[in-house]
Write a protein that binds this ligand. Structure first.
Ligand SMILES: Nc1ncnc2c1ncn2[C@@H]1O[C@H](COP(=O)(O)OP(=O)(O)OP(=O)(O)O)[C@@H](O)[C@H]1O
Ligand SMILES: [Mg+2]
Length: 278
């Protein structure tokens, strides 16, 4: 269980996240929605410890992670992979190497300095790429791929960390509708098949509704909605977006992803045994 207890983050006099308390069950797929500036990214970044809370505590599996330092902090950051809107790949390196970079925290400094990856690690990386349907791009420079392909590389790199939690900050905000759907399908498939907890910030309601088991609505740093997609009625939407129900911005409710039920992702065969072996 990921437990966030009374977490506050201030930047100067501005309170970005205001006394948030949430319990997230293992294997849940959680969408975080809210207007720009509501505190969504700050919340995710505190979970991953890219920034520290001003107050409150975060724990995972009973262990407090909000005060970890050094090697233990790196261990937590390995368990909790982060995916960003802008992919954060190394554009001049090939796709396979980008994916292998997800292993860095598992390895000794000397192996990393020498850039030596084992055969098993390479197989794992190819399997992750196959699973995401982009193995054919393995030797291409990452910067030459389309946005949707690059985000899939970033997800493959996250899988190489063998994380327990995936945090995604607006993973589809830079993608066209088709690629957005492919990326969301991939995240949900990972959530369902590996049982990984996924917490993702999303900027459109319909994506949160069609992909998430649970939706958290933030406004002014506070949680103002927490429930299933079926509970997110007009009144709740108005609370989250701070508008009259009739005055909700068009882009929030517009359909960015075809509303059909997402297809199951094609399995690439012996992925799970390979993952289990490392
Ligand atoms: N590093 C920082 N320094 C100062 N203020 C910050 C910093 N990061 C975030 N903030 C402020 O905290 C508040 C919440 O920001 P945050 O990025 O978490 O919002 P968000 O919900 O992710 O918005 P968006 O939808 O635009 O990504 C904003 O007022 C923002 O200006
Ligand atoms: Mg943000």
């Amino acid at each position: 269980m990921l437990k966030i207890t009374n977490v506050t983050r201030r930047f100067g006099r501005n309170t970005a996240v205001d006394s948030v308390t949430l319990d997230i069950e293992p294997g849940q797929m959680v969408g975080v929605i809210g207007r720009s500036g509501a505190g969504k990214s700050t919340l995710l970044r505190m979970i991953n410890r890219l920034i520290d809370p001003s107050e409150g505590s975060i724990s995972f599996g009973g262990a407090t992670v909000s005060t970890l330092r050094g090697a233990q902090l790196r261990g937590w950051q390995r368990d909790c992979a982060m995916i960003f809107q802008q992919f954060n790949l190394v554009p001049r390196l090939d796709v396979l190497t980008n994916v292998l970079l997800g292993r860095l925290n598992h390895r000794s400094t000397i192996l990393n300095l020498l850039s030596i990856f084992s055969r098993d690690e390479r197989i794992l990386a190819i399997n992750a790429l196959e699973r995401l349907g982009i193995a054919q791009t393995a030797l291409q420079a990452a910067g030459t791929l389309s946005g949707g392909q690059q985000q899939r590389v970033a997800i493959a790199r996250a899988l190489m960390q063998q994380p327990k939690v995936i945090l995604a900050d607006e993973p589809i905000a830079s993608l066209d509708p088709l690629n957005a759907k492919i990326v969301m399908d991939a995240l949900r498939d990972i959530n369902r098949r590996e049982g990984l907890t996924v917490v993702t910030n999303l900027h459109t309601l319909d994506t949160a509704r069609s992909y998430c088991d649970r939706i958290i609505g933030m406004s002014g740093g506070k949680v103002v909605f927490d429930g299933g997609p079926e509970d997110l009625d007009r009144e709740a939407v108005a609370r989250v977006y701070g508008a009259d129900a009739d005055d909700i911005p068009e882009e929030i409710t517009s359909t960015s992803i075809a509303s059909e039920k997402p297809r199951k992702f094609q399995s690439a065969g012996p992925l799970e045994p390979a993952f289990a072996g490392l």
